[in-house]
Ligand binder design. Structure first.
Ligand code: HEC
Length: 288
């Protein structure tokens, strides 16, 4: 199934390059001939190969793989050494997706959590590590999970928590999502292709948005879903007073009681850059 898709994809590219050669000839003969650009078609197709794994679905079908008990020293979520019942995450992914067909360097792995939080990391880093999908916390007594304290709230890690046996807890390139439900493989520059500004003055704001906001917020439908979409159909810059918006992004808790958006430690100046970029994107709305 996957390999058929891949073959199709390659044939598509071949067809496109063929079209584009012919098109050039035709355009040379008749420059006014307005054939849709092959580059546009190729871009659309190149953006297509994405893979999705629904972990709850695999669980129902009993296709998660064999149980393995792992010990995680200095677990960054529980802040202590922990023991879990897990399945090997690399084996699980390799069973679902033919990794030999994927160019890992140009792919990222995106984790989707119950609340719409979507952290991501380069696929190469993930493949070189020892990731396990924990489904039961063996230190918990009488329940499946020891509670996690977050902003004064108690929660658990169900249904899945991604852990590593060899990743340094302080290296924040490794993502340790809990309440994990889906795994996606996507082109590494997916959001860059869609959201990179043409105006060079907006690049700083764009970069801050990519690094600080996109795990929780989407622009034009691209990004996390824990917080609201910020651009489409109405941009936040169209219904917030600009100075208030800048201050909110610096310190959300000073605006809303029990706010879920964290204070990220960004400066007012950086917040202003982000708002500048959001205003720019308000003029570039698109439904994705
Ligand atoms: C951990 C997730 C998370 C991150 C990271 C995050 N936000 Fe939020 N944000 C939220 C949530 C959740 C809300 C909804 C309000 C709340 O906090 O309860 C929100 C609300 C907002 C709102 C208000 C939207 C509205 O319609 O009133 C704005 C604007 C906003 N965020 C901008 C940002 C920007 C800019 C960044 C990056 C600098 C950012 N957020 C980073 C989770 C996040």
């Amino acid at each position: 199934m996957k390999s058929t898709k891949n073959k199709l994809f390659i044939s598509f590219l071949l067809i496109c390059s063929f079209i584009s050669c012919n098109q050039k000839k035709e355009q040379e003969l008749n420059p006014s001939n307005a054939i849709p650009s092959a580059a546009a078609i190729v871009e659309q197709i190149v953006n297509q190969p994405e893979y999705h794994i629904d972990l709850l679905d695999l669980k129902t079908k009993k296709k998660l793989g064999n149980d393995t008990i792992v010990t995680v020293i200095n677990d960054p979520v529980y802040h202590k050494t922990k023991k879990y019942n897990t399945v090997n995450a690399l084996t699980l992914i390799a069973n679902e997706i033919d990794l030999s067909k994927i160019d890992a360097k140009s792919t990222k792995i995106v984790f989707e959590c119950i609340d719409g939080y979507k952290p991501e990391m380069p696929l190469t880093l993930f493949l070189a590590s020892k990731p396990y999908l924990a489904f039961k916390d063996l230190d918990a007594k009488g329940t499946d999970w020891e509670p996690i304290s977050k902003n004064g709230n108690k929660m658990d890690a169900a249904p899945f928590y991604l852990v590593y046996t060899n990743a340094p807890a302080e290296n924040d390139h490794y993502k340790w999502p809990y309440n994990l439900i889906k795994i996606h493989l996507e082109p590494i520059d997916k959001s860059k292709t869609a959201l990179y500004p043409k105006d060079p003055l907006m690049v700083a704001g764009y970069t801050l948005f990519q690094n600080q906001c996109i795990t929780c917020h989407a622009i034009n439908g691209i990004g996390g879903e824990m917080g609201p979409e910020l651009n489409y159909p109405k941009s936040v810059t169209e219904y917030w007073v600009e100075t208030e918006l800048v201050n909110y992004i610096v310190n959300p808790a000073s605006y809303r009681n029990k706010v879920k958006m964290p204070t990220l430690g960004i400066t007012k100046q950086q917040s202003q850059e982000i708002v500048g970029y959001l205003k720019y994107m308000a003029k570039n709305k698109k439904k994705n």
